[in-house]
Design a protein around this ligand. Structure first.
Ligand code: RB5
Length: 157
């Protein structure tokens, strides 16, 4: 992992206010942030922003993605459709800890309607400082990737 991970950021209207706070916090901590939008509170569909951020992470143009919707649920569901992405909804610090060290999650989905900015900062601190443990967890993460291939090739039969 590079010294300061690059973070791609995105939200829908429900996550927009927290996304703005997250960007300010990450920039203040010296992280390089690519904000993929939106830039206003107008209604947008979360899968569109999830795809933008997930694509940046899958292409390794960003180390991590952070997506904010109302709950963090829809964003994670959509981002996980992009191969190579392991998105986790973490609205508490313990989930963030295990998402990184056991699941090697590379996209954090936050609930803008559930998490206040101070809690989001704590979640981000844990997320960005917790390394993947590897070992037995590596095999399990590889099995997640294999599920993608398995089910796509079954469809083609
Ligand atoms: C938008 O109202 C809301 O459904 C969305 O932000 C998100 O929570 C979906 O998972």
């Amino acid at each position: 992992m590079p010294e300061k991970p690059k973070v791609a950021l995105g939200a829908d209207h429900a996550g927009f206010p927290l996304k703005e706070k997250v960007r300010e916090y990450l920039v203040s901590k010296g992280y390089e942030v690519e904000d993929t939008g939106p830039t206003t509170l107008s209604r947008v569909d979360y899968p569109d922003l999830a795809e933008k951020v997930a694509a940046r992470v899958a292409a390794r143009e960003a180390t991590f993605g952070v997506l904010v919707c109302g709950t963090g649920l829809g964003m994670a569901m959509a981002a996980n459709r992009v191969p190579g992405v392991r998105a986790a909804t973490c609205n508490d610090t313990l989930s963030a800890h295990f998402a990184r060290c056991h699941n090697d999650a590379n996209v954090l989905a936050l609930g803008g309607r559930l998490v206040d900015p101070a809690t989001a900062e704590k979640i981000l601190d844990i997320w960005l400082s917790t390394p993947f443990e590897g070992g037995r967890h590596q095999r399990r993460v590889e099995k997640i990737a294999a599920l993608n291939q398995q089910h796509n090739s079954e469809k083609k039969k």
